[in-house]
Design a protein around this ligand. Sequence first.
Ligand SMILES: CC(C)(COP(=O)(O)OP(=O)(O)OC[C@H]1O[C@@H](n2cnc3c(N)ncnc32)[C@H](O)[C@@H]1OP(=O)(O)O)[C@@H](O)C(=O)NCCC(=O)NCCS
Length: 168
Amino acid sequence: MSVTYTHPMSLPETIWEMLARTLSAEPKIDSTRNTPEALKDLYQRHLAVVLMNGNDPVGFIAVWPVEPGFVEIGSVWVDKDFRGQGLSHQIYDAVPGLPGIQNVIAFGVTTNPISVHVGERVGLTIVEDWTTPVSWRLSCGPCEVVAPADQPTCKKRNTSCWLRIIEK
Ligand SMILES: CC(C)(COP(=O)(O)OP(=O)(O)OC[C@H]1O[C@@H](n2cnc3c(N)ncnc32)[C@H](O)[C@@H]1OP(=O)(O)O)[C@@H](O)C(=O)NCCC(=O)NCCS
């Protein structure tokens, strides 16, 4: 059985290195910010959820504070061997209760339709405006796939890349 961990539940010190390596290798997850130090820091600040199977991390989700008043739900991951069993619901469902998500605009950008589907249950709703209330700088700007000059005309937006916001 997989168990959802949130701070201050104690986790093995070794998992941060492992999670960082795994998340950074996932093509649909931002490759730059998932360092062991950053992941541990998020967890200790009540901004991350870890799913454990025994001593092994099998799932993760983070709420990144990207600007005052804005947090980005990201780094969503379930171990390949455990996919298709509903575990992503287990990590997403813990997000609305995180202290770090209160009184801010929470959003997420994804190219994964599974994330769109699973996020709906916690109120993440697709919005087609990529400038308000989440600014372009936070929505399209950080994209690692499309060059900044091509972003304004990107055809993936709202077809295979989606911005979702938790409406309060
Ligand atoms: C995305 C990811 C976290 C999903 O984890 P998972 O535990 O396998 O997903 P679950 O089994 O909990 O849920 C799958 C749900 O999506 C649905 N689903 C599956 N394929 C789908 C698709 N193509 N479109 C929409 N929904 C889909 C399933 O029917 C299921 O819905 P239900 O629980 O309401 O019946 C996992 O595949 C992963 O780690 N992927 C690699 C990293 C990644 O892409 N992260 C997202 C970056 S934003």
